[in-house]
Design a protein around this ligand. Structure first.
Ligand SMILES: Cc1cc2nc3c(=O)[nH]c(=O)nc-3n(C[C@H](O)[C@H](O)[C@H](O)COP(=O)(O)O)c2cc1C
Length: 322
């Protein structure tokens, strides 16, 4: 597919996931088939103020492409300055977050709060497009309140502002993650604009992926939580979309191999202790459904090093095999 002047070799997008989609996780996602990844969301204000911790989150390796840097903010001027400041990071596009429902972000008028102020959203988009030498995209929800359909208005504004593609997670901000995303709104957006639309929300199975494409006519699909808890689903989706083949789930042994590879990467990236702490939640997800897994998960929730992770997982595997 094409986003502006960017060619992307596929239609399977990994969602931006704060606290998750760091360089190590993106490596795993690409290994299993993600055609496009994003950084975690980055504060445009923090970039403008050159905050070290924020800048450190944008670590893009040469093999980590194509990639979008996702920015949030509520000032057109700061959004433009952040984009200028990040020109050297060699991202393939900038994505503006118009969907995050987290209070810390919306309190400062960023994320989904922009859906309450479409005019401000438009000014931010115009400023971003004017400044950026690469495509600018947006990712949004449907509106602030449950019954708001402001996404159609914002979508048309986006197209007019020169935004190159729109991702829609069709839930309102106030819905949080409750209920089901309303895919008919992805279809409605697709009909309303002529730039690419990336469909997102509740793809949990390979069939969901195919159904979203066929029911909405969207140009690409984006997977968040299902890939977060099991990156291998990306390979299953890819295979199913290609030729209808349903790949079996990973065996326990294969999932342990995946978990160890991810752990190694995270620990190399963040250091032994911090990396092990970051891995705890992933290890809980990866060991979901393991027979007698509750005891194992209890141990994994207390790991402090790669050798802890390695030993607990291998002990479990050896006991299973004996
Ligand atoms: C842990 C977590 C972190 C997220 N972080 C971001 C983010 O930084 N930026 C963003 O646009 N959306 C973020 N989202 C929303 C996802 O990108 C996606 O839109 C949402 O999870 C719906 O897709 P899914 O049903 O496939 O999970 C996050 C979601 C989760 C669960």
């Amino acid at each position: 597919m094409r986003i502006g002047n960017l060619n992307i070799d596929g239609i399977l997008f990994l969602a931006p996931l704060a606290g998750i989609s760091n360089r190590s996780f993106r490596h795993m996602a690409r290994k299993y088939g993600a055609d496009f990844c994003y950084t975690e969301m980055i504060s445009a204000d923090a970039v403008v103020y050159n905050q070290r911790k924020t800048i450190a989150m944008i670590d893009i390796f040469p093999d980590d492409h194509p990639i979008g840097i996702q920015l949030f903010g509520s000032s057109p001027e700061k959004m433009a300055r952040a984009i200028k400041a990040l020109a050297g990071f060699e991202a393939n596009l900038f994505d503006i977050n118009i969907g995050c429902p987290v209070k810390k972000i919306t309190r400062k008028n960023g994320g989904a709060a922009l859906l309450k102020e479409p005019k401000l959203a438009e000014e931010i988009m115009v400023a971003a497009v004017e400044t950026s030498g690469i495509p600018v995209t947006i990712k949004m929800r449907t509106g602030w309140e449950i019954d708001s359909d402001v996404y159609l208005e914002v979508g048309k504004m986006a197209e007019k502002a020169g935004i190159a593609a729109i991702t829609l997670h069709p839930r309102s901000c106030s819905a949080g993650f409750s209920g089901k995303s309303d895919w008919s709104k992805i279809a409605a957006l697709k009909r309303a604009v002529s730039i690419p639309v990336i469909g997102n929300g509740d793809i949990k199975t390979v069939e969901d992926a195919r159904n979203m494409l066929s029911q909405t006519g969207c140009d690409a699909i984006m997977v968040g939580r299902a890939a977060m808890t099991n990156p291998y689903i990306l390979q299953q989706i890819k295979s199913y979309l290609k030729d209808g083949e349903i790949l079996l789930n990973l065996t326990v042994k294969e999932m342990i191999k995946l978990a160890l590879e991810h752990s190694r990467l995270v620990i190399d990236q963040f250091g032994e202790k911090a990396g092990a702490l970051k891995m705890r939640k992933h290890l809980a997800w990866y060991s979901r459904g393991f027979e007698g897994g509750a005891i194992l998960r209890g141990k994994l929730m207390a790991v402090n090093s790669y050798s802890d992770i390695h030993n607990f997982l291998n002990d479990y595997l050896n006991r299973l095999v004996v």
